[in-house]
Design a protein around this ligand. Structure first.
Ligand code: NDP
Length: 593
C-alpha cells in the first residue's frame, strides 16, 4: 500500500520519524488500525497472547470501547479478537484462555439486547466450559439509575461462580467512563502481558506526544469528537405541538458546516449543555457565595465558581458524596441515609434537587472548592438524529421533548432540553456525533422495515424515511406513531402524510392516546394489524423501536411476542425463540431511553 506523505517536509522530524509518522497518521485519519512501519507484526514483536474481547452493546459505545481495547492490546503483544456477545455460540471455549467482557447495562438493569442470549446461556451448566478462563469485566452504566452497571456486575459474579479466574476487579464506569476505562485497560493488559517492554510503552507515549504537538501547531486538521466537541450553530428552533397541547416537543436544526463531522441515519448527536443561569444564581445565594470565588477545575487551573457551576458540573441531582456531606452535618438527612431507610430516602429525594437540600440545611457550610468537589461532572446528553445527511447536507436535526414541571413549589427545567429550547440561539453548542452501531437501516434497500416510534421516538424514523427516499430504496416502510392528540401533537404530519400519499410510506398507523376515553397506544395498533405485521416479518422485515424505555418499549415487545404467537401460530417459547432470532440477525433493533 502506497502512503502519500502527510507530514510536511518542514516539520521537525528526522527521516525515520517522518516515515513512521506518515504511516501512523494515515492510519489515524483513515480510522483504521494501521500498523506503523517498524512494527509489522512479524519477527520479535509478533503477537503471542490470545485475548478474546466479548462486547454487549446497545448503542455502540461498549462495542467501540471493546475495539479500542483490542487495538491497544495488540501493541502489548496480545492476539486479540473482538466478538459480539450474540455470537458466543460460535466460540470454541476450550481454545480460549483470556476473556475480557465489555458491556453496557440497558433499561432497568437488563443486559443489552445482543448480550441477552449470552447471559441466558451463561446461567446454564454449559457455561462451566468457561471455568478455565482468566477474565475481567468492564461495565458501562449511569449512576442515575438504581441498577447501576447491573449487566457487568452479573456477568462478573457468574464467571467467578463457575470457577473462572478474575485477573482484575470489575470496572463499573459511569457516564464519563473514559478515564476509568483507560485505567482498567492498562491494568488488565499489564496483568495479561507483564513482559510488554517498557521501551515500547515509552515509544507509544512519545508518539502520542508528537501527534499532540502536530495538532497544536495546526499541521494536523483538528478532528472533532466527544473530547473535543464542535462549537455548532443552532439554525432553527420551533415547537412541533400546536397551541392547546400539554406537551412541548421542539424541532431543532443545527449546522455542522466546516466541522468535518459526518453521521449516518440512526446515529445520535451528543450535546454538552450549560446550566440555567437563574438556578446557578439561586445556588450561589443559598451558599452565600458571590460567584467570583475561584475554584480549581480538575487540575486544569482555576475559574470563578459561577462559570464552574454553569458549564462544568451537574447542579440538579445531588450526588451520593454531597448527600453524605450534608447527612454528616444534618441529623434529618443523616437518618435518611441509614441503609435501612433506603426507600424513605428515595421518597424524600423524589422531585428534590440540590437547591432544595441547600435551602433546607442552611447550617451546613462549604468552602467553594469543597462544594464543587462534591458535584458530578455535567454529562453530555445524546439525542437521536431526525435528519438524513443526504437530504440536509451540513445539518443535523433533532426532535426533543422539553422538560418543564413543578415540584416542591419550584419550577424545574430539564438541563439540556431547556438549554436547547431557551438559551442556545446566542452561543455555540458543543456537539459530537455518537455512532450508533446497533441502529441501522438494512443494507439491502429492498428489505421492508417496520418502525415503532411514539412521541420523540419518531426522530430516527424521519431520518430513515428521508434516507431511503434519497437513495431510492424500494423496500416497503411502515410507521407506527403515537402521541396524545391528533390536533396538536402529530409531529411532521405534513411530511408523513405526503410520504404516505405518494406511497413512499407504505403504511402509517397512528395512536392518539387522549382523543378518546380509553388509552390507545402504538402496541394496540400493532395488535389490530397482527396478521399483516406477521407477514411483513416473514418476508424479512426489520423491526425498529424508538422512544420511552420504561413502559412503551416493554409493552411493544410484549405485543410483538403476542403477534408471533397468534398470527404466527406459535407457542410462547417458540415466539421467544423467534424474537431472539430476529435480534441475533439484527432485524429487531431498539433505541430507547
Ligand atoms: P411519551 O413516550 O411520553 O409519549 C408519547 C405517546 O406514548 C403518548 O401518546 C403517550 O400516551 C404514549 N404512551 C404512554 N405510555 C405508553 C406505553 N406504555 N406504551 C405505548 N405508548 C405509551 O413521549 P416523549 O417522546 O415526550 O417521551 C419519551 C420518553 O423520554 C419518556 O420516557 C420521557 O420521560 C423521556 N424524556 C426524557 C427526557 C430527558 O431529558 N431525560 C426529556 C424528555 C422526555 P399518554 O401520555 O396519553 O399516556
Amino acid at each position: 500500500m502506497k502512503i502519500e506523505p502527510l507530514i510536511p517536509e518542514t516539520a521537525p522530524f528526522n527521516g525515520e520519524q517522518r516515515l513512521w509518522l506518515n504511516g501512523y497518521v494515515a492510519g489515524l485519519l483513515a480510522g483504521k488500525n494501521f500498523v506503523p512501519a517498524n512494527q509489522n507484526g512479524s519477527g520479535k514483536n509478533a503477537a503471542t497472547i490470545p485475548l478474546l474481547i466479548l462486547f454487549g452493546s446497545q448503542t455502540g459505545t461498549a462495542e467501540k470501547l471493546a475495539k479500542q481495547i483490542a487495538k491497544e492490546s495488540k501493541s502489548c503483544g496480545c492476539n486479540s479478537r473482538v466478538v459480539d456477545a450474540n455470537e458466543h455460540a460460535k466460540i470454541d471455549w476450550s481454545k480460549e484462555t483470556n476473556l475480557l467482557v465489555v458491556t453496557s447495562t440497558y433499561g432497568d438493569g437488563d443486559m443489552p439486547d445482543n448480550a441477552q442470549n449470552f447471559w441466558e446461556w451463561l446461567q446454564t451448566d454449559a457455561a462451566k466450559s468457561l471455568a478455565h478462563l482468566n477474565f475481567s469485566v468492564l461495565g458501562l452504566g449511569d449512576t442515575n439509575y438504581e441498577h447501576f452497571c447491573a449487566a457487568g456486575k452479573k456477568i462478573d459474579a457468574r464467571l467467578e461462580q463457575i470457577g473462572a479466574k478474575r485477573i482484575h476487579p470489575l470496572a463499573d464506569c459511569d457516564l464519563d467512563y473514559e478515564a476509568k476505562a483507560k485505567n482498567w485497560t492498562n491494568d488488565v493488559l499489564t496483568a495479561f502481558a507483564p513482559e510488554k517492554n517498557l521501551t515500547q510503552r515509552r515509544e507509544d507515549a512519545k508518539t502520542v506526544e508528537i501527534i499532540e504537538s502536530l495538532r497544536a501547531s495546526g499541521t494536523l486538521r483538528e478532528e472533532f469528537s466527544k473530547s473535543n466537541p464542535f462549537p455548532a450553530r443552532l439554525l432553527t428552533n420551533y415547537r412541533l405541538n400546536s397551541n392547546g397541547s400539554q406537551k412541548e416537543t421542539r424541532h431543532f436544526e443545527i449546522s455542522l458546516e466546516d466541522s468535518g463531522l459526518n453521521y449516518e441515519v440512526g446515529d445520535a448527536l451528543g450535546i454538552f449543555p450549560k446550566n440555567c443561569p437563574e438556578l446557578v444564581a439561586d445556588i450561589l445565594r443559598a451558599l452565600n457565595f458571590s460567584g467570583d470565588e475561584m475554584v480549581s477545575l480538575n487540575n486544569n487551573g482555576e475559574i470563578p465558581i459561577r462559570k464552574a457551576l454553569k458549564e462544568f458540573y451537574d447542579i440538579t441531582k445531588p450526588s451520593p458524596e454531597l448527600l453524605k456531606y450534608i447527612g454528616e452535618r444534618n441529623s434529618v438527612l443523616g437518618e435518611l441515609l441509614l441503609p435501612e431507610r433506603k426507600d424513605d430516602l428515595k421518597k424524600f429525594l423524589w422531585g428534590r434537587e440540590i437547591i432544595d437540600l441547600l435551602l433546607a440545611t442552611p447550617e451546613v457550610k462549604f468552602s467553594p472548592d469543597e462544594f464543587v468537589a462534591l458535584l458530578k461532572k455535567l454529562a453530555p446528553r445524546l439525542y437521536s438524529i431526525s435528519s438524513s445527511p443526504k437530504t440536509h447536507a451540513g445539518q443535523v436535526h433533532l426532535t426533543v421533548s422539553i422538560v418543564r414541571h413543578e415540584s416542591h413549589g419550584r419550577k424545574r427545567k430539564g438541563v439540556a432540553s431547556t438549554f436547547l429550547a431557551d438559551r442556545a440561539m446566542e452561543n455555540p453548542i458543543p456537539v459530537f456525533v455518537q455512532t450508533s452501531y446497533g441502529f441501522r437501516l438494512p443494507a439491502n434497500g429492498e428489505t421492508p422495515i417496520i418502525m415503532v416510534g411514539p412521541g420523540t421516538g419518531v426522530a430516527p424514523f424521519r431520518a430513515f424515511l428521508h434516507e431511503r427516499r434519497a437513495v431510492g430504496a424500494k423496500g416497503k416502510n411502515w410507521l407506527f406513531f403515537g402521541e396524545q392528540r391528533v390536533a396538536t401533537d402529530f409531529y411532521y404530519r405534513d411530511e408523513l402524510e405526503k410520504m404516505f400519499s405518494d406511497a413512499h410510506l407504505t403504511k402509517l398507523s397512528t395512536a392518539f392516546s387522549r382523543d378518546q376515553s380509553e388509552k390507545i397506544y402504538v402496541q394496540h395498533r400493532m395488535l389490530e394489524h397482527a396478521t399483516e405485521l406477521w407477514s411483513w416479518l416473514e418476508s424479512g422485515a426489520h423491526f425498529y423501536v424508538c422512544g420511552d424505555a420504561s413502559r412503551m418499549a416493554k409493552d411493544v415487545d410484549d405485543a410483538l411476542h403476542k403477534i408471533i404467537e397468534t398470527a404466527g401460530n406459535k407457542s410462547a417459547d417458540d415466539a421467544k425463540a423467534y424474537v431472539a432470532k430476529l435480534k441475533s440477525e439484527k432485524r429487531y433493533q431498539r433505541d430507547v431511553y
